[in-house]
Design a protein around this ligand. Structure first.
Ligand code: PNS
Length: 191
């Protein structure tokens, strides 16, 4: 059975990876589907997010990464998937997630939403929290894979150089090259 794990993943966190790993043990295939959302100003482009996820799931052969636009249920039908996989962290997630699951059910009766309770240690974790910490100069090494953390540091060093003055993150100390805004997407904050 194929499960779609849809989301923004801006950026992917250890919380997302917890759901992907556990989902990959339950389903034949998990498709991590990055939403191409023209209404949002993400920190990373869809292509950057796909690459970040790809490097994070090395060693999980039944996990695929893709992007989609439009309705998730339409994408699921296209991929012949019967399940939408979502993680539930805290009670406040429940309301939004249940509403989304019910909405999706009205759009397609054959597709079920399956919720996994996010492991306790990641119950506080979200992409927004990661971006907020990094924006104000904190370390996110314990929240996202190393390659993602480095990209976040580079991005904020370029966008908010003043926030990196007293930063305790390794990218700054290692003198990593900054993102060239001429050739890259302009990274905007979305906290
Ligand atoms: O990571 P996110 O931002 O919580 O993911 C939300 C997502 C992408 C799963 C949701 O916004 C979505 O499914 N968007 C696609 C549009 C859609 O299908 N809407 C109907 C269900 S509310």
């Amino acid at each position: 059975m194929i499960a779609i794990y849809p989301g923004s993943f801006d950026p992917i966190t250890f919380g997302h990876l917890d759901i992907i790993k556990r989902g990959s043990q339950l389903f034949d295939q998990v498709v991590v589907a990055v939403l191409r959302n023209p209404n949002k100003s993400p920190l990373f482009t869809v292509q950057e997010r796909i690459e970040q996820i790809r490097l994070s799931v090395v060693g999980l052969p039944n996990v695929e990464i893709d992007s989609f636009a439009g309705l998730t249920v339409d994408y699921a039908k296209l991929r012949k998937a019967k399940v939408l996989l979502r993680g539930l962290r805290v009670l406040s997630d429940f309301e939004k997630e249940l509403q989304m699951a019910h909405t999706n059910k009205t759009l397609s009766d054959e597709i079920e939403t399956v919720f996994l309770a996010t492991s306790n240690e990641f119950s506080f974790l979200s992409s927004s929290v990661v971006k907020e910490i990094a924006r104000f100069g904190g370390s996110v090494d314990h929240l996202v894979p190393q390659h993602v953390a480095l990209e976040i540091y580079r991005c904020y060093a370029q966008t908010y150089p003043e926030s990196t003055q007293n930063m305790n993150n390794p990218a700054i100390h290692l003198n990593q090259p900054k993102v060239d805004l001429q050739s890259e997407t302009v990274h905007q904050q979305e906290v």
